[in-house]
Ligand binder design. Structure first.
Ligand code: ADP
Ligand code: ZN
Length: 757
């Protein structure tokens, strides 16, 4: 019986809508009588003279709708919510935490193609339909008559036999195995031999014939970690873990087991990794465990590929996702586990558009979904380390290498003492040279690391002392040799190298310092018998980097020179020597995290050596052998490093002891930017007084260390606060100023900033 119609149709409740635009406010719209709205559905709404896509947030309180007649939603674009309830409440909280317009947060979190208005001409995006699976099971008659059917119609009999053997089995799986499976299934169903269930069933993850691997037996420490994580998943309550395991200790194996535990508990799992570790090799390890029950999300994929992966998760057909930063927003259904691998990595921070930190968002999402978060690293960020110290995360330690390998001995070479080695301009000191020679003679492989690409970082005039600078950024141009050019590493500008100094006109330009290109040339000429290759962003993107790393793995390369790309997560059993050409690049940046980053980098690079039976060694060339970050890395001493660094941070009130927010003011006109920055500073002072938050310090306004970028002048104001609450209270008072800056000026708010430039 149908319920009697009510008067609801004439006066259905209006809804709050977040439109895809950088606006802080949600707008209220009337809903047509024939529509069946649900939170998370996409709608098309009139907005001024335009039409915009938006997301239904919640029914509006009548008191808030005012007296003016509401505009109506033009069209409901979904049959069921594009943004599932779990994801929607998480994204709204994220928007609140970062004080960022919710429409833009939603837009960032959803896949390309979700906004049909975005593309001119195409007004409709893909409609989200009920993407449930058809699964088949045999009826008693089907089981009874199998022999008879197989005699009469062998191919139909084969399909029936498969249904009996594998029930419940999805139509997709059967189509993979049998020609005309659909036709046979129709007949079998009509004859009452099979029955169909519509459900979001878990399909066999290995239908497409991926090769399954056998998980290794875990060692005691790994088992302990998996038990703790698995126990928390089974308990179905929020828990956070820090998995601190030395390089090569088998953290990935722990994640794989934990994901399996989540699946067994009937929950989904999400694994976040840094962009450069999301290699086919890593995906292969997950694929071999979870087959087709895995979605992969990264920025190198086409829009269609990304959209397809998103749809599979959204439809509940796939339960495990691995991806980079933005995958923290993936619509994994009922997530039970969120892993952040290499959680210290800088690439988890989004800088443009909606600035968020995927590690922090992983913790927030897990806590809101009664899921377990696992942050893993050999060099945890001080934020996570401190969270473990004060009990907000449970610490799990892996202190041994999983295979027989041991951590390498690390030798520091003081460049102030070892000047002018055999390598031109001291690129290779005598001690490093001896070790390279010896490793080559033993037919072992070598990685040389330098955190600076290009040929030379400066083209300097020997007459006037000026460097050749970028015309739109306040940085010097890097000289590149193949093809000859000068390039700005901040804006990408590229020019033919000048012959005369742009400042004084003298024909006396010299390249100063060295990058990976120059190092490659020098090393090739020093070791003519060795096969030398280079890996950095100029020769490879994240995808084809794997081809170069494969050549290293298959021993086609003796010496690989590279930037960060060589340092992460890869396993090269035959590499026994790692050389760090200059440990000081980045150590003296105007950034309170410079020491932490140096320690992490050195530890990760050294960790590439000696992954198999042969003992590895690392040689670190440095001008700062006594710097705490360098000294601690030499002894693989995370605890010592963390202690020194935490003390320094405590004294200055920097994270993890305080919270920061950066307000960046930029524009093409230097005077306007400065004046806007000073005005905003005054407004911030007022807001601080009004909010009664004297503990929040306001630092600035000052020109940013990178004072000009892509033609825009940059100023900044740093807010430092003992906690998030006071910071927020002050910032809420200036949101209007941030949203409507003076013309020609842009103001951006970055909560928990990572870049200080
Ligand atoms: P991490 O992620 O900590 O750097 P991995 O998980 O990549 O370490 O493990 C390093 C190597 O050790 C890999 O080749 C992996 O297959 C292997 N490994 C991990 N756990 C075990 C185990 N319990 N038994 C044997 N080999 C293992
Ligand atoms: Zn530039």
């Amino acid at each position: 019986m149908k319920a009697p119609e009510t008067a609801r149709d004439e006066q259905s409740t209006p809804w709050n809508v977040a439109v895809f635009a950088p606006l802080r406010q949600a707008y209220t719209y009337a809903v047509g009588p024939d529509m069946d709205p649900q939170a998370g559905m996409r709608v098309l709404v009139p907005f001024g003279k335009r039409r915009l896509t938006g997301i239904l947030l919640s029914p509006a309180e009548p008191a808030h709708t005012g007296s003016r007649p509401l505009k109506s939603i033009i069209e409901l674009l979904d049959d069921r919510p594009s943004v599932p309830p779990e994801l929607l409440s998480f994204l709204c909280r994220a928007a609140g935490y970062y004080l960022h317009p919710v429409g833009e947060v939603l837009r960032t979190a959803l896949p390309p193609g979700i906004d049909p208005v975005e593309r001119a001409g195409a007004l409709r995006g893909p409609r989200v339909r009920n993407t449930v699976e058809k699964v088949f099971r045999p009826t008693p008659a089907g089981v009874e008559r199998l022999d008879e059917i197989s005699r009469r119609a062998p191919s139909r009999g084969a399909v029936l036999e498969a249904v009996i053997a594998d029930a419940p089995v999805s139509a997709v799986a059967l189509r993979h195995r049998f020609k005309d499976a659909a036709g046979h299934l129709r007949r079998l169903q009509a004859d009452g031999l099979v029955a169909v269930d519509i459900c979001e069933a878990r399909v066999d993850p290995f239908v497409s014939g991926v090769r399954r691997d056998t998980p290794p037996t875990l060692n005691a420490q790994q088992q302990q970690a998996v038990d703790a994580i698995g126990g928390a998943i089974d308990a179905g309550i929020w828990a956070g873990f820090l998995l601190h395991g030395i390089t090569g200790s088998g953290k990935t194996e722990v994640y794989l087991h934990a994901v399996e535990r989540a699946r067994q508990a009937g929950r989904g799992a999400l694994v976040l990794v840094p962009e450069i570790t999301l290699t086919p090799q890593l995906v292969g390890r997950y694929r071999a465990r979870f087959g087709d029950d895995l979605a992969v999300l990264h920025s190198g994929m086409s829009e269609k590929e990304r959209h397809d992966q998103w749809r599979m998760l959204h439809g509940g057909r796939v339960h495990v996702a691995i991806g980079v930063r933005s995958a923290v927003f993936a619509p994994v259904a009922s997530p039970g586990l969120i892993v952040v691998d290499e959680e210290h990595d800088g690439s988890f921070k989004q800088e443009k558009g909606f600035p968020y930190h995927a590690r922090d968002m992983a913790l927030l999402r897990a806590s809101m979904s009664a899921a377990v978060a696992v942050l893993g690293s050999a060099t945890p960020s001080l934020e996570s380390h401190f969270n473990a110290v004060r009990g907000r995360l449970r610490l799990l330690s892996l202190t041994e290498r999983a295979t027989s390998g041991r951590l390498p001995d690390v030798e520091l070479v003081n460049l102030a003492v070892h000047r002018g080695g055999p390598g031109f301009q001291s690129i290779i000191s005598a001690p490093l040279h001896d070790q390279i020679r010896a490793a080559l003679d033993r037919k072992e492989q070598i990685i040389l690391f330098l955190n600076r690409r290009g040929f030379a970082p400066n083209l300097l005039c020997r007459s006037c002392g000026e460097a050749v600078r970028c015309e739109s950024c306040a940085v010097s141009m890097t000289l590149h040799h193949k093809p000859p050019s000068i390039t700005c590493h901040y804006c990408g500008a590229r020019r033919v190298p000048p012959e005369h100094c742009p400042h004084c006109g003298a024909a006396d330009l010299a390249d100063i310092g060295f990058g990976t290109q120059k190092a490659e040339e020098i090393v090739s000429s020093l070791y003519p018998d060795a096969r030398v290759a280079r890996l950095d962003r100029d020769v490879a993107n994240a995808r084809n980097a794997e081809a170069i790393l494969d050549r290293l793995r298959s021993r086609d390369i003796d010496i690989l020179i590279g930037t960060q790309m060589v340092t992460k997560g890869h396993d090269f059993p035959e590499v026994t020597l790692v050389g760090v050409l200059r440990s000081d690049v980045g150590l003296h940046m105007p950034d309170f995290r410079a020491a932490e980053r140096t320690f992490q980098l050195l530890t990760q690079v050294a960790g590439r050596a000696g992954r198999a039976e042969r003992k590895g060694s690392a040689v670190v060339q440095t001008f700062s052998p006594h710097h705490p970050a360098v000294a601690a890395a030499q002894h693989h001493d995370y605890a010592a490093f963390a202690q020194t660094e935490l003390e320094a941070r405590r004294e200055l009130g920097y994270p993890p002891f305080g919270r920061l927010a950066m307000v960046r003011i930029s524009g093409p006109d230097a005077a306007k930017v400065e004046s806007a920055a000073r005005t905003l500073m005054g407004r911030l002072r007022d807001a601080r007084d009004n909010a009664g938050q004297p503990s929040v310090s306001l630092l600035g306004p000052a020109p940013s260390p990178l004072s000009r970028l892509q033609g825009r002048w940059r100023w900044q104001i740093l807010l430092k606060s003992p906690g998030h609450g006071p910071l927020r209270a002050v910032l809420e008072g200036v949101l209007g100023d941030i949203e409507s800056p003076p013309s020609g000026v842009r103001i951006r708010l970055d909560i928990d900033p990572v870049s200080m430039l």
